[in-house]
Design a protein around this ligand. Structure first.
Ligand SMILES: Cc1cc2nc3c(=O)[nH]c(=O)nc-3n(C[C@H](O)[C@H](O)[C@H](O)COP(=O)(O)OP(=O)(O)OC[C@H]3O[C@@H](n4cnc5c(N)ncnc54)[C@H](O)[C@@H]3O)c2cc1C
Length: 313
């Protein structure tokens, strides 16, 4: 455990756990954008029981936020107040439950679930090959691609409430819509059960290979980015308005602010070109929204979750 003098009293107020606490923990290395300040405390629970113990014993006035692998997250420069929870190796199991179902921990990368399904000869989970998050984030965001979403494959999920109670949520409990779930913000998902179908391994692999090459061609996947910045105003309707087209029409492709830039390759992606701050990225995103509003009358909604405090000046 790392001890600093920055927040001397917070650790003293937290319950004894089997996992680890780290004070003043930099969050930039834990996100795709590589920006943002530190968590007052970062907690890595040993397993779901340890997480429940922590949440039951953590005083109500201490804010708690769970993060995945930070592929849809913009952490502000002043860092995050309270405790940030990141699920680790206690949440990475993947098992085939019966002929057509897979259960996985919520720290499992989406891509690993897709690969495990391929190895088991199961189809239906190939779309996760293209999404660089972990399953907890996928459940929260109704992550999807290529006409499939988490809501199409999720049977149920285990979660822990802010009071430390273990709950099971059915697919219907999530109230899913495009990149959104209605589940209470304070629930932390720990594992999930997915429905797949028996398939042909060669065909499954071919579909996953197609997804891999289509991603490489169309998205700046090797850059410091947060994926799609704004939701498509038309949701999953293939004929509805697309955020990137509106951004392009507003002349914002390639626009820069500090070290932040609207991607030239895919203009619904923001890029940290090297020395961007969280404020550069968020400010650039707001400028794009204003330009789109001016040229099209449409107000884009952030898909990226912006969290934390502004930097103190
Ligand atoms: C290059 C690139 C391409 C992308 N392509 C796609 C795409 O095609 N489709 C798509 O849907 N998304 C896409 N994304 C966005 C992102 O990968 C998904 O939203 C992903 O599901 C986020 O998962 P994460 O683990 O990174 O979550 P984070 O970004 O860390 O967090 C996202 C949200 O989920 C919450 N959360 C995380 N873990 C848990 C948990 N265990 N319990 C409860 N809540 C939790 C967080 O609090 C936060 O609100 C892309 C991102 C990048 C960088």
């Amino acid at each position: 455990m790392t001890q600093t003098q920055t927040h001397p009293s917070l650790l003293d107020r937290l319950p004894k756990v089997r996992g680890s606490y780290k004070e003043n923990a930099p969050l930039a290395p834990l996100t795709w954008f590589r920006v943002g300040g530190a968590a007052d405390v970062l907690f890595t629970p040993a397993d779901a029981d340890d997480l429940a113990t922590f949440l039951a014993g953590c005083p109500d006035d201490i804010p708690v936020l769970v993060v995945g692998v930070g592929s849809n997250l913009l952490v502000r420069d002043g860092g995050i107040e309270g405790v940030v929870i990141r699920l680790g190796s206690g949440f990475t199991s993947i098992e085939r439950v019966d002929d057509t179902k897979m259960r996985a921990g919520c720290a499992v990368p989406d891509i690993m679930l897709a690969k495990a399904a391929l190895n088991a000869g199961l189809t239906g989970l190939e779309f996760y090959r293209g999404i660089p998050g972990a399953l907890g984030g996928a459940l929260r965001m109704n992550a999807g691609a290529y006409g499939h979403e988490t809501k199409d494959v999720l049977i149920e999920a285990e979660a822990v409430s802010r009071k430390g109670e273990r709950v099971t949520l059915s697919n219907a409990d999530f109230g899913y819509s495009y990149r959104h779930s209605e589940v209470a913000d304070d629930l932390i998902f720990t594992s999930a059960l997915f429905q797949a179908a028996l398939g042909d391994k060669d065909e499954i692999k071919a579909r996953m290979d197609d997804i891999t090459s289509s991603r490489e061609d169309s998205q700046p996947i090797k850059s410091r980015t947060g994926g799609s910045t704004f939701k498509n105003p038309g949701g999953t309707n293939p004929d509805g308005p697309k955020a990137w087209k509106l951004i392009d029409a507003a002349g914002a492709r390639g626009l820069k602010r500090g070290g932040a830039q609207v991607s030239e390759q895919h203009c619904n992606f923001l890029i940290n070109t090297g020395d961007a701050t969280g404020s550069d990225l968020e400010g650039l995103g707001e400028e794009v929204r204003a330009r789109v509003k001016e040229t099209s009358g449409i107000e884009l909604q952030w898909e990226i979750k912006r969290v934390g405090r502004e930097a103190q000046t």
